[in-house]
Write a protein that binds this ligand. Structure first.
Ligand code: ADP
Ligand code: 5GP
Length: 199
């Protein structure tokens, strides 16, 4: 087990790791959760080498960096976990988690499957929530509807979604699995679970 440096999480509340195939609705649900509980949660701002989407703010949604910067951060040991996804690097820095905990807030990580595996090997003591799309057809429709993907990146994300859905079937990987069919219902289930584990 890898020890994340002391003070990375000085609160006694477990960080929440939310994962799901891209396009399932993580950002939508987290935006709602943060708006409903503005003082309770803090988002772990990941680093990525992908280009910002319209509406994304650097330093808020992600730290957008070059591949060279990302690789230098890897070499410095800056990441709790990192991986490549759909042609880009993504990673959670030690600093991202520490910055949230320092404010006394519960840290929420939005990461994919390889990151989940790596965080599980640390002593962060997180709770793992998996958000499931109602079907792969609906997932494709959501990704298309979001309008952020090329045909190529859409294909890569759907391919990866199959693998992530398979991994989520392994017993014991996640503490909670929520199907994001009806948004209001899924939100209530997510909020109820998270408030329960941090109370
Ligand atoms: P993720 O962060 O998991 O990649 P997003 O939150 O960006 O996913 O959601 C992908 C798209 O699906 C967005 O256009 C969003 O508005 C839509 N969406 C999210 N949840 C639902 C839902 N329950 N029903 C229908 N559309 C949804
Ligand atoms: P997107 O490009 O749609 O923002 O994110 C693509 C995928 O990368 C999503 O599944 C998201 O959860 C994941 N992701 C975002 N940040 C990180 C991170 O820091 N580490 C890992 N492993 N995955 C991340």
């Amino acid at each position: 087990m890898t020890s994340v440096p002391p003070n990375s999480n000085p609160t006694s509340k477990p960080p929440i790791v939310l994962s799901a195939p891209s396009g399932t609705g993580k950002s939508t649900l987290l935006t709602r959760l943060f708006a409903a509980h503005p003082q309770t949660f803090g988002f772990s701002i990941s680093h990525t080498t992908r280009q910002p989407r319209s509406g994304e703010t650097p330093g808020v949604d992600y730290h957008f960096v070059s591949p060279e910067t990302f690789e230098s951060l890897i070499a410095q040991g800056a990441f709790i976990e990192h991986t490549r996804f759909s042609g880009n690097y993504y990673g959670t820095s030690i600093e991202a988690v520490r910055a949230v905990a320092e404010k006394g807030r519960v840290c929420v990580l939005d990461i994919e499957m390889e990151g989940v595996k790596q965080v599980k090997r640390t002593d962060l003591g997180a709770k793992y929530v998996f958000l499931k799309p109602p079907s792969l057809e609906e997932l494709r429709a959501r990704l298309e509807g979001r309008g952020t993907e090329t045909e190529e990146s859409l294909g890569r994300r759907l391919e990866r979604a199959r693998v992530e859905l398979g991994f989520a079937e392994v017993p014991g990987v996640h503490d909670k699995i929520i199907v994001n069919d009806d948004l209001d219902r899924a939100y209530e289930e997510l909020e109820g679970y998270i408030l329960g584990v941090i109370s």
